[in-house]
Design a protein around this ligand. Sequence first.
Ligand code: ZN
Length: 330
Amino acid sequence: MKIVDLHCDTLDELLAQKLKGEHYNLYKRDGHLDIDRMLQSGYLLQCFAAFVNMQKVESPYERGMELARLFQQLCAEYCPYIAPVYHYQDIAKHAEQGLMSAMLTIEEGGVLEGSLTHLKEFYEMGVRLITLTWNHPNEIGYPGCLEKVSVPELPMGWKVTGEYPGLTKKGIEIVETMQEKGIIVDVSHLSDAGFWDVAAITKKPFVASHSNARSVCGHKRNLSDAQIRTIAERGGVIGLNFAADFLEDQPGEVCLGSFVRHIQHIIKVGGEDVIALGSDFDGITTNPAMPHAGVLPDLFETMVQKGIAPSVIDKMKGQNALRMMKEVIR
Ligand SMILES: [Zn+2]
């Protein structure tokens, strides 16, 4: 089975270089992920997130569009290696042509600025998954972790007393429209109340593209057992995040051991059809246990040695994510 990864922030790093007027390329770079390493490791599909930090840009929509245009430019520039996914069938078609698939995603539903017209525009640009929030409240809903900077003055009239709120009325409308259009709903970063709102209003599978298990590592970015069970029951997937912060409680512990514990726990709670990959490459501090995309085959080999069945590794590597995409994306 080839690799399907639900989340990386490489696009954001490349845009930062572009804006500074520096040379940038996707083929071979110093970061975590590039085409050379994807080829080495045998990738089928990489999701590229258009990540926007709303407090660092004037218009989240404009920045989102800039990232979407960069994605298209990169797909054109590296067309001997990668091609964008617009329909589920494109993934197999590209593979037959010897190409890897690239899927455009959004990390920060705030780029829509609450507009269904913007949603349609991003869909046309190729966006097939949206992480509803990052760490700021937006028009769609409320995150599970707040960036410290956003606490003193919450935007958009948000007021928080006690528990973090969930989705707004507009957020519910956006999530429903996403499902109609065939855009994957991603609850990573969302508040617990937002998670349960999504579970209540969605009919198709939804995902946590880059989150781990809260019972193993008690970070708010990770999922509770009830959440893991619900994603599994709905046919969704959980992309395991490689960030040390979301993997382990004990500083200095070997991360690969905790990575395996997360996998085993998620499988115990949600079954082996829920597990997938959401590396968060280029969005996290380098994890020495999985420093870049080129080491993934070694990582899977080590996991087999640690007692995870090769058939489960194949499901995690890509089978589960593809099954979910087939059901959601047209
Ligand atoms: Zn993230």
